[in-house]
Design a protein around this ligand. Structure first.
Ligand SMILES: Cc1ncc(COP(=O)(O)O)c(C=O)c1O
Length: 476
């Protein structure tokens, strides 16, 4: 077939061209149309293609577009050029099934919008720190310190060495833990730390014990690992032998999530004995002990002589959730294994934020910030308790311990706390239902106060009064 014949008669090429996503550059569209024609053998191997001039004239597109399409077809091996003799279609094996070319998406996939993901915290939303008091300038300065040639290179898979040293210094002073920086593994939050523990230490079918009430994110990790998940309450640790053997037990001994109570020393020791006898791992999830009402408590890790406790810490609450930095403190026997796992998972985390955080801690900004936040959160907690006390909800008990970043308001059994949360969410209050952390705990609402100034808190409490009172009225 002569070249002009090909152009005139091959209506398929025009149709192919029109079927390709019009938002693509025109040379790419022509490339895709020609490639499809070649792969479907509408243009056979050995065929001489029209000259770029002829094809551009016939399709009404620029010659450069045709040239670029031909060059790409040549580079990928669909066309062969013979000096002075033009371009020929290569002889190719038959393609049994062809992947679809990029298609026009008429119905865009429904992804959450950036504003839905990053939306401003809702009223009374738990787990959000006081962003209105965050030391933005000082953090910017610390970030700048990470913008160096070292910060641009891939870092230590175990985590920035200076950050690990600073964490060790902090844990020694605050939590009574004497550890080596080599025992610290930086993670993208304690959620990832706990995931790594499950990945490395738990096999499908292993028995794992999780504290009730407890964080659902943790529960999901062990479900995904195929573990046989059982539950226990802190008060059951009086008779720890009844727990039976397990591969691993996870708890929040410094401040139960979400009620805030602390595991007493006798139960900590009993649990450590149980772990020794059963050769079980203990995960100490220390998600917000920095904000306990009294002095900082020693970590359970610091009592453990037999190296069976893995400590999971996070900067999500002490700094901000978007930082996505946390850490594991590992028994010496696990360091090499976890370091290797980290190398396999992602080769290490982004370096600049780690360097910035190391600088923020080293220059004292971190401890100054936390001291201020601890004072502020105690004031905000008191303010929320007072507002609730002066409202029509004053008869509802506040349960759990003081301190922290949220409080728990009990509602009568019979009240569906999840339904309440859904109704509150529709009008801007982001409470959480206690029953989602423990179905046996009864109904209640987890109300955050850390991120709320007086105005926001008053608005939140007014809405809460309206919605909860209406729900209580229906019970009568
Ligand atoms: C008890 C508990 N553990 C772990 C996590 C996970 O925290 P991170 O943001 O560090 O992954 C959370 C998050 O809210 C939590 O409440």
């Amino acid at each position: 077939m002569d070249e002009s014949g090909l152009v005139r008669t091959d209506l398929g090429l025009f149709l192919e061209l029109n079927a390709v996503d019009a938002s693509l550059p025109s040379y790419r569209r022509l490339f895709l149309a020609l490639r499809r024609s070649i792969l479907s053998r509408r243009i056979e191997g050995g065929t001489r293609l029209p000259s770029t001039r002829a094809l551009s004239a016939s399709l009404g597109i620029s010659r450069n577009t045709v040239k670029s399409a031909y060059e790409l077809l040549q580079a990928e091996g669909y066309l062969l050029s013979r000096r002075g003799a033009g371009c020929y279609v290569a002889e190719l094996p038959e393609a049994k099934s062809l992947a679809a070319d990029p298609v026009v998406i008429n119905q865009p996939v429904k992804l959450p919008t950036a504003s839905a993901i990053n939306r401003a915290p809702g009223l009374l939303q738990p787990a959000v720190p006081a962003l209105d008091h965050f030391p933005y300038r000082r953090w910017q300065r610390a970030l700048q310190s990470g913008v160096t040639s070292v910060g641009l290179l891939a870092g230590d898979p175990q985590g920035d060495p200076r950050l690990r040293r600073e964490i060790v210094r902090w844990l020694g002073a605050q939590r009574g833990m004497q550890v080596d920086p080599d025992q610290v593994l930086i993670t993208s939050g304690s959620q990832q730390g706990i995931f790594l523990v499950a990945d490395q230490l738990v096999k499908a079918g292993d028995r794992v014990l999780l504290e009730r009430p407890g964080f659902q994110g943790t529960e999901r990790v062990f479900d995904a690992a195929g573990a046989r998940v059982g539950h226990f309450y802190q008060h059951e640790l009086e008779t720890v032998d009844r727990l039976g053997p397990a591969r691993l037990l996870l708890l929040t001994p410094s401040r139960n999530f979400p009620l805030g109570h602390t595991l007493a020393a006798d139960r900590r020791l009993a649990l450590l004995n149980w772990a020794r006898q059963n050769r079980a791992w203990l995960i100490e999830d220390d998600y917000d002990s920095e904000f306990s009402a009294g002095p900082a408590l020693s970590a359970m890790f610091s009592l453990d002589a037999s190296q069976q406790v893995i400590y999971a810490g996070t900067f999500s609450r002490t700094m901000f959730p978007g930082l996505r930095l946390g850490y594991l403190v590992l028994p010496v026997s696990l360091v090499t294994q976890f370091r290797e796992a980290r190398r396999i998972v992602d080769g290490g985390l982004s370096v600049t934020p780690q360097m910035a955080l190391a600088e923020f801690m080293a220059c004292g900004d971190y401890s100054r910030h936390l001291k201020r936040m601890k004072r502020l959160y105690l004031q905000r907690r008191q303010m929320l308790e007072e507002m609730l006390g002066q409202s029509s909800l004053a008869h509802l008990p506040v349960i759990g311990a003081g301190g922290g970043m949220h409080l728990c308001l009990q509602v009568p059994t019979g009240c569906d706390d999840r339904q309440l949360v859904a109704e509150l969410d529709r009008v801007g209050v982001c409470a959480r239902a206690i029953s989602q952390y423990d179905p046996k705990q009864g109904a209640g609402l987890v109300l955050g106060f850390a991120a709320q100034d007086r105005d926001a808190m008053a608005r939140g409490v007014a809405i809460l009064e309206r919605i909860v009172s209406a729900a209580l009225a229906q019970l009568d």
